[in-house]
Design a protein around this ligand. Sequence first.
Ligand code: NAP
Ligand code: GDD
Length: 341
Amino acid sequence: MSKKALITGITGQDGAYLSKLLLEKGYKVYGAFRRTSDLHINRLKFLGVADDIEYVPVELLEFTNIHRTVEKYEPDEIYNLGAQSFVALSFEQPVFTADVTGLGPLRVLEAIKDVNPAIRFYQASSSEMFGKAAETPQNEKTPFYPRSPYAIAKLFAHWMTVNYRESYGLYACSGILFNHESPLRGVEFVTKKITQSVARVKLGLQKSISLGNLDARRDWGYAPEYVEAIWLMLQQKNPRDYVIATGETHSVREFVEKSFAEIGVRIKWSGKGVKEKGVDKATGKTLVSVNPKFFRPAEVDILKGDCSKAKKELRWSPKTSFGELIGIMVKHDLDVISKGL
Ligand code: NAP
Ligand code: GDD
Protein backbone atom coordinates (compact mmCIF):
# COMPACT_ATOMS: atom_id res chain seq x y z
CA MET A 1 0.00 0.00 0.00
CA SER A 2 1.30 3.48 -0.83
CA LYS A 3 2.49 5.70 2.01
CA LYS A 4 0.46 8.77 2.93
CA ALA A 5 2.13 12.13 3.50
CA LEU A 6 0.61 15.33 4.80
CA ILE A 7 2.55 18.44 3.76
CA THR A 8 1.86 21.81 5.36
CA GLY A 9 2.95 24.79 3.26
CA ILE A 10 2.00 22.94 0.08
CA THR A 11 1.61 26.21 -1.86
CA GLY A 12 5.19 27.35 -1.10
CA GLN A 13 8.45 26.68 -2.93
CA ASP A 14 9.47 23.59 -0.97
CA GLY A 15 5.90 22.29 -0.75
CA ALA A 16 5.79 22.16 -4.54
CA TYR A 17 9.11 20.37 -5.00
CA LEU A 18 8.49 17.96 -2.13
CA SER A 19 5.03 17.05 -3.46
CA LYS A 20 6.51 16.24 -6.84
CA LEU A 21 9.20 14.08 -5.26
CA LEU A 22 6.76 12.17 -3.05
CA LEU A 23 4.28 11.63 -5.90
CA GLU A 24 7.10 10.22 -8.02
CA LYS A 25 7.86 7.84 -5.17
CA GLY A 26 4.25 6.62 -5.17
CA TYR A 27 2.99 8.49 -2.10
CA LYS A 28 -0.56 9.66 -1.63
CA VAL A 29 -0.05 13.38 -0.94
CA TYR A 30 -2.38 15.48 1.19
CA GLY A 31 -1.65 19.14 0.59
CA ALA A 32 -2.41 21.25 3.64
CA PHE A 33 -3.18 24.82 2.63
CA ARG A 34 -4.53 27.78 4.58
CA ARG A 35 -7.77 29.06 3.23
CA THR A 36 -7.49 32.33 1.26
CA SER A 37 -9.83 33.87 -1.32
CA ASP A 38 -7.92 31.95 -3.98
CA LEU A 39 -6.13 28.60 -3.74
CA HIS A 40 -2.83 29.68 -5.29
CA ILE A 41 -1.42 26.46 -6.64
CA ASN A 42 0.60 28.06 -9.44
CA ARG A 43 3.84 26.41 -8.33
CA LEU A 44 2.20 22.99 -8.24
CA LYS A 45 0.72 23.65 -11.67
CA PHE A 46 4.13 24.68 -12.98
CA LEU A 47 5.55 21.33 -11.85
CA GLY A 48 2.56 19.49 -13.33
CA VAL A 49 1.41 17.96 -10.04
CA ALA A 50 -1.53 20.18 -9.02
CA ASP A 51 -4.17 17.60 -9.98
CA ASP A 52 -2.46 14.72 -8.18
CA ILE A 53 -2.76 16.22 -4.71
CA GLU A 54 -5.70 16.02 -2.33
CA TYR A 55 -6.09 19.47 -0.81
CA VAL A 56 -6.93 19.80 2.87
CA PRO A 57 -7.56 23.12 4.63
CA VAL A 58 -5.14 23.39 7.55
CA GLU A 59 -4.47 26.53 9.55
CA LEU A 60 -1.35 26.27 11.72
CA LEU A 61 -2.93 28.66 14.22
CA GLU A 62 -5.87 26.31 14.85
CA PHE A 63 -5.12 23.25 16.98
CA THR A 64 -8.53 21.58 16.61
CA ASN A 65 -8.26 21.79 12.84
CA ILE A 66 -4.80 20.18 12.86
CA HIS A 67 -5.93 17.48 15.28
CA ARG A 68 -8.98 16.55 13.20
CA THR A 69 -6.90 16.51 10.01
CA VAL A 70 -4.34 14.12 11.48
CA GLU A 71 -7.14 11.91 12.80
CA LYS A 72 -9.08 11.90 9.54
CA TYR A 73 -6.30 11.37 6.98
CA GLU A 74 -4.04 9.09 9.07
CA PRO A 75 -0.78 10.11 7.37
CA ASP A 76 2.38 8.02 7.80
CA GLU A 77 4.54 11.12 7.54
CA ILE A 78 3.95 14.81 8.20
CA TYR A 79 6.23 17.42 6.69
CA ASN A 80 5.75 20.76 8.42
CA LEU A 81 6.88 23.32 5.84
CA GLY A 82 4.20 25.91 6.63
CA ALA A 83 5.48 29.12 8.24
CA GLN A 84 5.59 32.88 8.10
CA SER A 85 8.92 32.45 6.37
CA PHE A 86 10.05 35.99 5.53
CA VAL A 87 12.64 37.20 8.05
CA ALA A 88 12.14 40.92 7.30
CA LEU A 89 8.38 40.70 7.91
CA SER A 90 8.95 38.97 11.24
CA PHE A 91 10.25 42.27 12.66
CA GLU A 92 6.92 43.88 11.69
CA GLN A 93 4.76 40.93 12.75
CA PRO A 94 6.67 39.26 15.61
CA VAL A 95 3.64 37.94 17.49
CA PHE A 96 2.01 36.45 14.39
CA THR A 97 5.35 34.93 13.35
CA ALA A 98 5.86 33.41 16.80
CA ASP A 99 2.38 31.91 16.65
CA VAL A 100 2.53 30.41 13.15
CA THR A 101 6.23 29.59 12.87
CA GLY A 102 6.91 28.73 16.52
CA LEU A 103 3.68 27.41 18.02
CA GLY A 104 2.35 25.96 14.74
CA PRO A 105 4.79 23.02 14.77
CA LEU A 106 4.07 22.42 18.46
CA ARG A 107 0.38 22.06 17.61
CA VAL A 108 1.28 19.47 14.98
CA LEU A 109 3.52 17.58 17.42
CA GLU A 110 0.75 17.56 20.03
CA ALA A 111 -1.72 16.18 17.49
CA ILE A 112 0.73 13.43 16.50
CA LYS A 113 1.38 12.49 20.14
CA ASP A 114 -2.34 12.37 20.79
CA VAL A 115 -3.60 10.67 17.61
CA ASN A 116 -0.77 8.34 16.58
CA PRO A 117 2.79 8.63 17.91
CA ALA A 118 4.00 6.37 15.07
CA ILE A 119 3.56 9.20 12.54
CA ARG A 120 6.94 10.48 11.38
CA PHE A 121 7.44 14.25 11.62
CA TYR A 122 9.71 16.64 9.78
CA GLN A 123 10.23 20.20 11.02
CA ALA A 124 11.55 22.81 8.58
CA SER A 125 14.21 24.41 10.73
CA SER A 126 16.55 27.07 9.46
CA SER A 127 20.16 28.21 9.33
CA GLU A 128 18.79 31.56 10.54
CA MET A 129 18.87 29.94 14.00
CA PHE A 130 22.70 30.25 13.93
CA GLY A 131 22.29 34.01 13.41
CA LYS A 132 25.32 35.78 14.86
CA ALA A 133 27.19 32.56 14.36
CA ALA A 134 29.77 31.49 16.89
CA GLU A 135 31.80 29.68 14.21
CA THR A 136 32.04 29.23 10.46
CA PRO A 137 31.10 26.85 8.95
CA GLN A 138 28.07 25.94 11.05
CA ASN A 139 27.19 22.33 11.84
CA GLU A 140 24.66 20.52 14.08
CA LYS A 141 26.79 21.31 17.16
CA THR A 142 27.24 25.04 16.53
CA PRO A 143 25.52 27.11 19.24
CA PHE A 144 22.44 29.06 18.17
CA TYR A 145 22.19 32.86 18.35
CA PRO A 146 18.97 33.88 16.56
CA ARG A 147 18.74 37.48 15.34
CA SER A 148 15.08 37.89 14.33
CA PRO A 149 11.62 37.00 15.63
CA TYR A 150 11.50 34.48 12.76
CA ALA A 151 14.72 32.77 13.87
CA ILE A 152 13.62 32.73 17.50
CA ALA A 153 10.30 31.14 16.53
CA LYS A 154 12.15 28.53 14.47
CA LEU A 155 14.47 27.83 17.39
CA PHE A 156 11.49 27.22 19.67
CA ALA A 157 10.06 24.76 17.15
CA HIS A 158 13.45 23.10 16.73
CA TRP A 159 13.78 22.42 20.45
CA MET A 160 10.14 21.27 20.65
CA THR A 161 10.89 18.75 17.91
CA VAL A 162 13.94 17.51 19.82
CA ASN A 163 11.95 17.48 23.06
CA TYR A 164 9.03 15.44 21.67
CA ARG A 165 11.51 12.96 20.26
CA GLU A 166 13.29 12.61 23.59
CA SER A 167 10.21 12.81 25.84
CA TYR A 168 7.70 10.73 23.90
CA GLY A 169 9.83 8.70 21.52
CA LEU A 170 8.40 10.33 18.39
CA TYR A 171 10.23 9.87 15.12
CA ALA A 172 10.71 13.64 14.78
CA CYS A 173 13.51 15.33 12.81
CA SER A 174 14.62 18.90 12.49
CA GLY A 175 16.23 19.75 9.16
CA ILE A 176 18.48 22.78 9.57
CA LEU A 177 18.36 23.94 5.99
CA PHE A 178 20.46 26.77 4.67
CA ASN A 179 19.00 29.11 2.03
CA HIS A 180 17.75 27.24 -1.00
CA GLU A 181 16.42 28.86 -4.11
CA SER A 182 14.83 28.01 -7.44
CA PRO A 183 12.66 29.51 -10.16
CA LEU A 184 9.76 28.96 -7.76
CA ARG A 185 11.25 31.10 -4.97
CA GLY A 186 8.98 33.84 -3.57
CA VAL A 187 9.63 37.31 -5.05
CA GLU A 188 10.28 38.95 -1.67
CA PHE A 189 13.48 36.94 -1.16
CA VAL A 190 16.66 38.57 -2.42
CA THR A 191 17.68 35.97 -5.02
CA LYS A 192 14.36 35.97 -6.87
CA LYS A 193 14.10 39.75 -6.53
CA ILE A 194 17.48 40.05 -8.25
CA THR A 195 16.98 37.49 -11.03
CA GLN A 196 13.50 38.77 -11.83
CA SER A 197 14.75 42.37 -11.94
CA VAL A 198 17.70 41.42 -14.13
CA ALA A 199 15.31 39.72 -16.58
CA ARG A 200 13.04 42.79 -16.57
CA VAL A 201 16.01 45.12 -17.15
CA LYS A 202 17.07 42.97 -20.11
CA LEU A 203 13.53 43.10 -21.53
CA GLY A 204 13.27 46.88 -21.05
CA LEU A 205 10.55 46.61 -18.39
CA GLN A 206 12.58 48.01 -15.49
CA LYS A 207 15.47 50.47 -15.22
CA SER A 208 17.23 49.40 -12.03
CA ILE A 209 17.00 47.48 -8.79
CA SER A 210 16.97 48.74 -5.19
CA LEU A 211 18.49 46.51 -2.51
CA GLY A 212 19.48 46.54 1.16
CA ASN A 213 22.64 45.02 2.63
CA LEU A 214 24.88 44.02 -0.28
CA ASP A 215 27.51 42.48 1.98
CA ALA A 216 25.34 39.85 3.68
CA ARG A 217 26.66 36.39 2.86
CA ARG A 218 24.56 33.30 2.45
CA ASP A 219 25.03 29.62 1.61
CA TRP A 220 22.66 29.32 -1.36
CA GLY A 221 21.65 25.88 -2.68
CA TYR A 222 19.13 24.51 -5.16
CA ALA A 223 15.69 23.72 -3.68
CA PRO A 224 14.82 20.53 -5.65
CA GLU A 225 17.93 18.88 -4.17
CA TYR A 226 17.10 20.04 -0.65
CA VAL A 227 13.67 18.37 -0.61
CA GLU A 228 15.40 15.05 -1.29
CA ALA A 229 17.33 15.54 1.95
CA ILE A 230 14.05 16.33 3.72
CA TRP A 231 12.53 13.05 2.54
CA LEU A 232 15.67 11.07 3.41
CA MET A 233 15.54 12.32 7.01
CA LEU A 234 12.21 10.55 7.52
CA GLN A 235 13.44 7.25 5.98
CA GLN A 236 16.25 6.44 8.45
CA LYS A 237 16.38 3.86 11.22
CA ASN A 238 16.65 6.58 13.88
CA PRO A 239 15.42 10.17 13.86
CA ARG A 240 18.17 12.80 13.87
CA ASP A 241 18.70 16.45 13.01
CA TYR A 242 20.76 17.46 10.00
CA VAL A 243 22.38 20.54 8.50
CA ILE A 244 21.71 20.78 4.76
CA ALA A 245 23.95 23.21 2.89
CA THR A 246 26.41 23.62 0.03
CA GLY A 247 29.43 24.58 2.16
CA GLU A 248 29.98 27.75 0.08
CA THR A 249 29.17 31.31 1.04
CA HIS A 250 28.60 34.26 -1.31
CA SER A 251 27.55 37.87 -0.83
CA VAL A 252 24.41 39.52 -2.17
CA ARG A 253 26.82 41.69 -4.20
CA GLU A 254 28.27 38.59 -5.91
CA PHE A 255 24.75 37.35 -6.59
CA VAL A 256 23.98 40.67 -8.32
CA GLU A 257 27.20 40.61 -10.38
CA LYS A 258 26.69 37.03 -11.57
CA SER A 259 23.02 37.62 -12.39
CA PHE A 260 23.83 40.62 -14.57
CA ALA A 261 26.66 38.65 -16.18
CA GLU A 262 23.98 36.20 -17.38
CA ILE A 263 22.61 38.98 -19.62
CA GLY A 264 26.08 40.15 -20.68
CA VAL A 265 26.28 43.15 -18.32
CA ARG A 266 29.34 43.87 -16.15
CA ILE A 267 28.70 45.82 -12.96
CA LYS A 268 31.14 48.42 -11.62
CA TRP A 269 30.61 49.54 -8.00
CA SER A 270 31.19 53.06 -6.72
CA GLY A 271 30.38 54.97 -3.54
CA LYS A 272 29.93 53.62 -0.03
CA GLY A 273 27.04 52.64 2.27
CA VAL A 274 23.64 53.99 1.19
CA LYS A 275 25.39 56.00 -1.55
CA GLU A 276 26.78 52.88 -3.21
CA LYS A 277 25.75 52.28 -6.82
CA GLY A 278 26.25 49.50 -9.33
CA VAL A 279 26.62 50.82 -12.86
CA ASP A 280 26.74 49.12 -16.23
CA LYS A 281 30.45 49.23 -17.13
CA ALA A 282 29.64 49.64 -20.82
CA THR A 283 26.96 52.36 -20.66
CA GLY A 284 27.49 54.03 -17.27
CA LYS A 285 23.78 53.57 -16.45
CA THR A 286 22.91 52.96 -12.80
CA LEU A 287 21.45 49.48 -12.44
CA VAL A 288 21.74 48.93 -8.67
CA SER A 289 21.16 51.29 -5.75
CA VAL A 290 20.90 50.87 -1.99
CA ASN A 291 17.71 51.68 -0.10
CA PRO A 292 17.88 51.59 3.71
CA LYS A 293 14.25 50.46 3.82
CA PHE A 294 15.55 46.97 3.01
CA PHE A 295 17.97 46.97 5.97
CA ARG A 296 16.96 44.81 8.96
CA PRO A 297 17.03 45.91 12.61
CA ALA A 298 19.49 43.06 13.23
CA GLU A 299 21.32 41.29 10.42
CA VAL A 300 22.79 37.83 9.98
CA ASP A 301 26.14 38.63 8.37
CA ILE A 302 27.38 35.25 7.25
CA LEU A 303 26.01 31.76 6.87
CA LYS A 304 28.01 28.81 5.61
CA GLY A 305 26.99 25.26 6.41
CA ASP A 306 28.88 22.05 6.99
CA CYS A 307 26.69 19.14 5.89
CA SER A 308 29.22 16.35 6.60
CA LYS A 309 26.73 14.49 8.80
CA ALA A 310 24.10 14.43 6.03
CA LYS A 311 26.74 13.33 3.53
CA LYS A 312 27.76 10.46 5.76
CA GLU A 313 24.43 9.28 7.17
CA LEU A 314 21.90 10.28 4.48
CA ARG A 315 24.32 9.95 1.57
CA TRP A 316 23.08 13.33 0.42
CA SER A 317 25.23 16.00 -1.15
CA PRO A 318 24.55 19.21 -3.07
CA LYS A 319 25.11 19.13 -6.82
CA THR A 320 24.14 22.46 -8.38
CA SER A 321 26.83 25.16 -8.12
CA PHE A 322 26.22 28.81 -7.20
CA GLY A 323 26.79 29.85 -10.84
CA GLU A 324 24.48 27.14 -12.19
CA LEU A 325 21.74 28.13 -9.74
CA ILE A 326 21.86 31.75 -10.92
CA GLY A 327 21.86 30.61 -14.55
CA ILE A 328 18.74 28.50 -13.96
CA MET A 329 16.90 31.34 -12.21
CA VAL A 330 17.74 34.11 -14.69
CA LYS A 331 16.93 31.89 -17.68
CA HIS A 332 13.58 30.95 -16.17
CA ASP A 333 12.67 34.57 -15.41
CA LEU A 334 13.65 35.72 -18.91
CA ASP A 335 11.54 32.94 -20.36
CA VAL A 336 8.34 33.49 -18.34
CA ILE A 337 8.49 37.30 -18.42
CA SER A 338 9.11 37.45 -22.17
CA LYS A 339 6.08 35.18 -22.67
CA GLY A 340 4.01 37.44 -20.38
CA LEU A 341 3.42 34.61 -17.90
P1 NAP B 1 7.41 29.67 1.39
O1 NAP B 1 7.54 29.53 -0.09
O2 NAP B 1 7.33 31.03 1.97
O3 NAP B 1 6.12 28.82 1.85
C1 NAP B 1 5.59 28.95 3.13
C2 NAP B 1 4.30 28.14 3.18
O4 NAP B 1 3.71 28.26 4.49
C3 NAP B 1 3.22 28.62 2.18
O5 NAP B 1 2.59 27.51 1.60
C4 NAP B 1 2.26 29.37 3.09
O6 NAP B 1 0.94 29.43 2.61
C5 NAP B 1 2.31 28.49 4.34
N1 NAP B 1 1.75 29.17 5.52
C6 NAP B 1 2.05 30.41 5.96
N2 NAP B 1 1.31 30.71 7.05
C7 NAP B 1 0.52 29.63 7.29
C8 NAP B 1 -0.46 29.33 8.26
N3 NAP B 1 -0.79 30.20 9.21
N4 NAP B 1 -1.08 28.12 8.23
C9 NAP B 1 -0.76 27.23 7.26
N5 NAP B 1 0.17 27.44 6.30
C10 NAP B 1 0.80 28.64 6.33
O7 NAP B 1 8.61 28.92 2.12
P2 NAP B 1 9.64 27.82 1.54
O8 NAP B 1 10.80 28.54 0.97
O9 NAP B 1 8.90 26.83 0.72
O10 NAP B 1 10.15 27.16 2.90
C11 NAP B 1 9.45 26.06 3.47
C12 NAP B 1 9.77 26.01 4.95
O11 NAP B 1 11.16 25.88 5.15
C13 NAP B 1 9.35 27.25 5.74
O12 NAP B 1 8.94 26.82 7.01
C14 NAP B 1 10.63 28.06 5.84
O13 NAP B 1 10.60 28.89 6.98
C15 NAP B 1 11.65 26.94 5.97
N6 NAP B 1 12.99 27.22 5.46
C16 NAP B 1 13.14 27.70 4.20
C17 NAP B 1 14.43 27.91 3.70
C18 NAP B 1 14.65 28.43 2.31
O14 NAP B 1 15.75 28.90 2.03
N7 NAP B 1 13.67 28.33 1.42
C19 NAP B 1 15.54 27.61 4.52
C20 NAP B 1 15.33 27.12 5.80
C21 NAP B 1 14.05 26.91 6.26
P3 NAP B 1 0.48 30.66 1.64
O15 NAP B 1 0.89 30.24 0.25
O16 NAP B 1 -0.99 30.70 1.84
O17 NAP B 1 1.19 31.88 2.10
N1 GDD C 1 14.71 40.03 0.96
C1 GDD C 1 15.70 40.91 0.72
N2 GDD C 1 15.43 41.99 -0.09
N3 GDD C 1 16.90 40.70 1.27
C2 GDD C 1 17.89 41.59 0.98
C3 GDD C 1 17.70 42.70 0.16
C4 GDD C 1 16.40 42.93 -0.40
O1 GDD C 1 16.15 43.88 -1.11
N4 GDD C 1 18.87 43.36 0.05
C5 GDD C 1 19.76 42.70 0.78
N5 GDD C 1 19.18 41.62 1.36
C6 GDD C 1 19.84 40.67 2.26
C7 GDD C 1 19.09 40.44 3.58
O2 GDD C 1 19.35 41.52 4.49
C8 GDD C 1 19.70 39.11 4.01
O3 GDD C 1 20.92 39.32 4.66
C9 GDD C 1 19.98 38.39 2.68
O4 GDD C 1 19.87 39.39 1.65
C10 GDD C 1 19.02 37.24 2.37
O5 GDD C 1 17.70 37.70 2.55
P1 GDD C 1 16.43 36.82 2.11
O6 GDD C 1 16.58 36.40 0.70
O7 GDD C 1 15.21 37.57 2.49
O8 GDD C 1 16.60 35.47 2.94
P2 GDD C 1 16.98 35.21 4.48
O9 GDD C 1 18.38 34.69 4.49
O10 GDD C 1 16.66 36.35 5.33
O11 GDD C 1 15.95 34.04 4.86
C11 GDD C 1 15.76 32.93 3.98
O12 GDD C 1 16.64 31.90 4.32
C12 GDD C 1 16.45 31.35 5.63
C13 GDD C 1 17.52 30.26 5.81
O13 GDD C 1 18.71 30.81 6.25
C14 GDD C 1 14.29 32.50 4.13
O14 GDD C 1 14.01 31.51 3.17
C15 GDD C 1 14.02 31.92 5.51
O15 GDD C 1 12.69 31.39 5.54
C16 GDD C 1 15.04 30.80 5.75
O16 GDD C 1 14.85 30.22 7.01
